[in-house]
Design a protein around this ligand. Structure first.
Ligand SMILES: [Zn+2]
Length: 115
């Protein structure tokens, strides 16, 4: 019997160096990563690859090297940074910010350089 944890994996027929044909079990390919706020698919992140293939990519091939890279889409990132700016200069109160955006605004505030 196949081990229960292998049943959900994809079975692939592989020819070994000795000429035997065996079945290997592969983890399924990953789906598209989506923005944590609006749910749109993210750019610059790997999809349609197995986890083992993603691990072999370089660090910069796995997600964009900028704040909220691989977490938020460019539009939401811009929105969050703008709100963080208005909170920083005192135009807006952090408690009036949408509860969904607030954790990201707090992270952006911590990363902001005091002018
Ligand atoms: Zn978004």
């Amino acid at each position: 019997m196949v081990a229960p944890y292998l049943r959900r994996l994809k079975r692939v027929r592989v020819r070994t160096p000795g000429g035997r044909t065996v079945f290997h079990f592969r983890k399924p390919k990953t789906g598209k990563h989506v923005c944590a706020i609006c749910g749109r698919p993210l750019h610059g992140v790997p999809h349609g690859r197995r986890p083992v293939e993603v691990r072999k990519l370089s660090k910069t091939e796995r997600r964009p090297e900028r704040i909220f890279g691989g977490v938020l889409c460019a539009d939401c990132e811009r929105k969050v940074i703008e709100i963080a700016f208005y909170v920083k200069i005192g135009e807006k109160d952090i408690h009036t910010v949408d509860i969904k955006l607030r954790p990201y605004v707090e992270v952006a505030l911590k990363r902001m350089v005091v002018a």
